[in-house]
Design a protein around this ligand. Structure first.
Ligand SMILES: NC(=O)c1ccc[n+]([C@@H]2O[C@H](COP(=O)([O-])OP(=O)(O)OC[C@H]3O[C@@H](n4cnc5c(N)ncnc54)[C@H](O)[C@@H]3O)[C@@H](O)[C@H]2O)c1
Length: 384
């Protein structure tokens, strides 16, 4: 089997999720290429060495350019904050490496266009990790919509709610600064939601948005650690939050449907709750990431007086991806979506086949997100 050497840049939250996926994908999916965990890169040698040792990466680098320049690397896995995605992706594409990139794709439309162009020019495979497409229940929703099961789509309703920064003493991490994150939940959370909307419903033509700022200054952070940060621990003074705290969008789709998006890190009690609802002429679907094995389905053609939302436990062998895991009812979780992505990516490389989402769909997503920020700033509707 073809062996492909992977170099990963970034070793914290996504570094761990991706490492797990590179290890598990060939075990569960009989992938057409065998990944070799070749080099892990981070700025702090001791920390990246400990990460590499734990997850089985063969070598360690502290300068991402060195990884990209290596002749023996086939795939660059970009697991850094988004302000670095553009620079790393351009260098990787020009060096002929395939790219597995975290979301949000880029800091703006121009960067996204350049990333797509560089990959097209250099004929490399590019994958953008909006991993929620690969939740079996979400992939099932796609199948049901595509087969006409819920008819003509009228409504999309989506909310992505978290609560990890409701404490005003939570430090000013890279996610809260425009130069490293671009924007707040509009970029981070709504990128996933817009990707899902484009996947399930279709292209977006019109955006009206509003943002809100709740906490304007925070304690400076030494550097973000994975997991829960200790509030106010740095003693370094305070700095300004330069991204929004919540973002609301209304959109019109090319096919005539209308939709709404709500993204916030200020929904106390909601940890990582991504919900969507789709309403069509023949039925409806509803999904909640905190119960990701389930899809709610309403069949409008059912027997009068007997109709209601049914819960499909999407763990059947017939459901997307599931037959590779466990018997029906033996549920899967968050990390499996990364394994599915890596498995599909390896097959796409081995067969020179297509994979989505990618920088082409990502560019469309960035356009919508940017239109949202523009709409909020100018207090007017933006037509795409
Ligand atoms: N797909 C998802 O659901 C999902 C979830 C969380 C984060 N993300 C995305 O993944 C990316 C990384 O987020 P995270 O939560 O893992 O962040 P993190 O802060 O946990 O990790 C960032 C990593 O990047 C490294 N890094 C930063 N600057 C670097 C440089 N100049 N050279 C080399 N390494 C550098 C850091 O050392 C760290 O290892 C972001 O774009 C984020 O939006 C995606």
């Amino acid at each position: 089997m073809k062996r492909v050497n992977v170099g990963i840049i970034g070793y914290k939250f996504m570094g761990r999720a991706h490492s797990n996926a590179w290890l598990k994908a060939p075990l569960f999916f009989d992938t057409k290429a065998q990944p070799v965990l070749k080099a892990a890169c981070g700025r702090h040698e001791k920390d990246v060495a400990a990460f590499a040792e734990k997850w089985g990466w063969e070598e360690v680098e502290t300068d991402w350019r060195k990884v990209v320049e290596r002749d023996d690397i086939d795939i660059i896995d970009i697991a850094t904050p988004q302000y670095l995605h553009h620079e790393i992706a351009l260098a990787a594409a020009r060096a002929g490496k395939h790219i597995f990139c975290e979301k949000p794709m880029a800091m703006d439309t121009r960067q996204a266009e350049e990333m797509l162009q560089a990959c097209t020019d250099n004929k490399v495979t590019h994958y953008l990790n909006h991993n929620y497409r690969r939740v079996p229940a979400v992939a099932l929703a796609k199948q049901l919509i595509a087969s006409g099961e819920i008819g003509t789509i009228y409504h999309w309703r989506c909310a992505y709610q978290q609560d990890w920064i409701t404490d005003p003493e939570f430090p000013l991490t890279w996610q809260l600064r425009a130069e490293t994150a671009k924007a707040g939940p509009q970029w981070d959370l709504n990128s996933h939601c817009v990707d899902l909307a484009q996947y399930l419903i279709g292209g977006i033509t019109e955006v009206t948005a509003m943002v809100a700022d709740f906490i304007k200054t925070r304690p400076l952070a030494e550097e973000q650690q994975t997991g829960n940060l200790k509030a106010g621990a740095s003693g370094l003074g305070t700095g300004d939050v330069t991204v929004e705290d919540a973002a609301l969008m209304m959109v019109r789709f090319r096919n005539g449907a209308v939709g709404s998006f709500e993204a916030t890190r200020f929904a106390n009690g909601r940890k990582n709750r991504l919900t969507f609802e789709v309403y069509g002429s023949e039925g409806s679907l509803a999904f909640d990431l905190e119960n990701l094995n389930e899809l709610k389905y309403y069949d409008n053609r059912g027997k009068a007086g007997m109709k209601g939302f049914a819960t499909i436990l999407a763990t059947d062998g017939s459901h997307p991806y599931v037959e590779r895991w466990w018997p029906a009812g033996h549920i899967i979780g968050y990390e499996h979506t990364f394994v599915h992505a890596v498995a599909d990516f390896l097959d796409a490389i081995a067969t020179d086949g297509p994979i989505a989402p990618n920088f082409e769909t990502g560019l469309e997503t960035i356009r919508v997100l940017e239109a949202g920020l523009q709409s909020a700033a100018q207090r007017k509707t933006i037509f795409l």
